[in-house]
Design a protein around this ligand. Structure first.
Ligand code: ADP
Length: 192
């Protein structure tokens, strides 16, 4: 079992402060785009990091889970437990999950621990997400082919006090990535 002392030892080894960067927002808001860009940047900076992505986990660890409230909660619980293990190994862990409700994000935060949980609200209006419709899911949801689709037939509760909000419908990808990097950079510095 890892303890905070283990985390510190690993942070010393890696020369970085570990945290979990939790990206929440509508489908198509830009979570995966920002998570991967931040991950690539941190890697170039010599930091050990990883990305846990909702769509990817649903193909593997969380295969078989659907979008009912119970399954969404289980999806997030497993993701957060995985993030916690990585966190205690000193790895900067970037999580990209719609995580649509206050309750589900509170669950993730309680598993990870509030001191190490950085909540990033990737905010794009429903209209812009729907206009982008990168995966064609909004069109399907409007046709009634996807039950419980966040923003259309299932709720999205915007975070009330995120640590940072990135408006991806008002800035370019490059600008949004730069804003996220600027916010995260001081938070992964090891102060001894
Ligand atoms: P999500 O992971 O939230 O479902 P994706 O990252 O898969 O979203 O898709 C977001 C889409 O929006 C991408 O095609 C991306 O290029 C586009 N996009 C436009 N502007 C931005 C921005 N400022 N930040 C992030 N993505 C953006």
């Amino acid at each position: 079992m890892f303890t905070p002392a283990h985390k510190q030892q690993r942070e010393q080894l890696l020369g970085q402060r570990a945290c979990v960067i939790w990206l929440t927002g509508l489908s198509g808001a830009g979570k995966t785009t920002l998570a991967n860009a931040l991950g690539n940047y941190l890697h170039q900076q010599g930091k050990l990091c990883t990305v846990l992505d909702g769509d990817v986990l649903r193909d593997g660890l969380n295969k078989g889970l659907g979008f009912s409230e119970t399954d969404r909660t289980e999806n997030i619980r497993r993701a957060a437990e995985t993030a916690r293990i990585l966190l205690h190994t000193g790895v900067i862990t970037i999580c990209s999950f719609i995580s649509p409700t206050h309750e589900i994000r509170a669950l993730a935060k309680s598993i990870i621990g509030e001191n190490d949980f950085v909540e990033v609200y990737v905010n794009s209006s429903l209209a812009s997400c729907e206009q982008r419709d990168v995966k064609g899911l909004y069109a399907k949801a409007r046709r009634g082919e996807i039950p419980s689709f966040t923003g259309i037939t299932a709720p999205f509760e915007a975070p009330e006090r995120p640590d940072v909000e990135i408006r991806t419908d008002q800035y370019t990808v490059e600008e949004s990535v730069a804003q996220l990097i600027q916010f995260i950079s001081p938070r992964i510095v090891l102060n001894d």
